[in-house]
Design a protein around this ligand. Structure first.
Ligand code: PCA
Length: 326
């Protein structure tokens, strides 16, 4: 935790260098991100920062602070909103309780492959942009995680096998899913996964093969059950007033690099499942195809949750779903 730096920001000492920029001067943007360096999302952001530095000839430098080192994951959106930092990345579904529209991509079994995920993002994007715009934030781009699957110590062939398990979660939607399945949810950020398992706080999780392999899941669970339940996204947002302070050509360079990062990120994501599942297999994890009974039970939970989502998501939700279902 970079406390000293944080309190300087809070005191406004660094604001001049973080979000203020006068024409022609060099600007440095501090960018908090939640996930560790080896995560493909972080790698993609590091490339994005390099692209911006080179296309602006050093006029804008983006300094990436990964793994929640500058702001904790939960704080990143508001830190960007308030201008403590000009740019940040977070898991979009983290905002599930703020507005269900942000978390439609974390609904179990709505969009479970990349084609559907892309379709869902085009339906969701205008609403997400509208909601964040009201908060002074602009969406730069969004990149999906690979499909989310199940990690356990013992085989799971039906939903009731999950009953009572201490289950690692990362947002409100997953927490609801886990409760419906009769397990006991505990929120744990990615950098803390290994410790949460080794101290016995959790004993099972649902996440991508990326996060599974990067956190060395084989050290604490034996079985990966390939349920492919949803394809959730991270989003990179920028504070609008910080953006407006950039020179026009620098603004254009940021937007162009963002567009490239979105495209590259989706491609990186698509390569992850096979590569990371192979790593887990090599390290001794059993890769299991889910039973029909398990999938039927999990899908029933998904159907219930979708009905609840519709009730709470109002007109914005209807708009997203009707565009998605076209
Ligand atoms: N990894 C992140 C979010 C989704 C994923 O695949 C996590 O486990 O928190």
């Amino acid at each position: 935790m970079n406390m000293a730096f944080k309190s300087l920001i809070a005191a406004g000492v660094l604001i001049g260098t973080t979000i203020g920029a006068s024409a022609g001067s060099n600007t440095t943007w501090d960018m908090p991100t939640p996930y560790p360096d080896k995560t493909f999302h972080t790698q993609n952001i590091i490339q994005f920062a390099k692209d911006v530095a080179s296309s602006t000839k050093g006029e804008l430098t983006i300094k990436v602070h990964s793994a929640g080192s500058l702001f904790k994951h939960k704080e990143i959106k508001n830190a960007t909103r308030s201008g403590q930092v000009p740019i940040g990345e977070f898991y979009m579904g983290l905002l599930a309780n703020e507005n269900p529209a942000f978390a439609i991509d974390t609904q179990p079994f709505l969009a479970t492959n990349y084609d559907d995920a892309a379709k869902l993002w085009s339906a969701q994007r205008p609403i997400v942009e509208k909601l964040l715009d009201k908060q002074g934030l602009m969406v730069l781009y969004s990149v999906p995680w690979p499909g989310q699957s199940l990690y356990t110590k013992k085989p799971v062939s039906k939903v009731s096998d999950l009953a009572g398990l201490k289950f690692r979660t990362y947002n409100a939607t997953l927490e609801r899913f886990v409760k419906h399945a009769g397990a006991a949810p505990t929120q744990v950020e990615v950098p803390d996964i290994a410790q949460a398992f080794s101290t016995g706080r959790v004993e099972a999780m649902i996440t991508s093969p990326s996060t599974g392999a990067n956190s060395k899941a084989w050290d604490f669970v034996n079985i990966y059950t390939d349920i492919q339940a949803w394809v959730p996204k991270n989003v990179v947002v920028v504070n609008k007033s910080a953006f407006r302070k950039l020179d026009k050509p620098v603004q254009a360079a940021v937007l162009e690099a963002a567009k490239a990062a979105e495209k590259r990120g989706w491609q990186m994501s698509m390569k992850e499942t096979d590569a990371k599942v192979a790593i887990m297999k090599k390290n001794g994890m059993k890769i299991v195809k889910p039973s029909d009974e398990l999938m039927k039970g999990l899908r029933e939970i998904g159907t219930k949750m979708m009905a609840d989502w519709k009730k709470s998501a109002g007109a914005d939700g209807e708009m997203i779903l009707s565009t998605y279902n076209k």
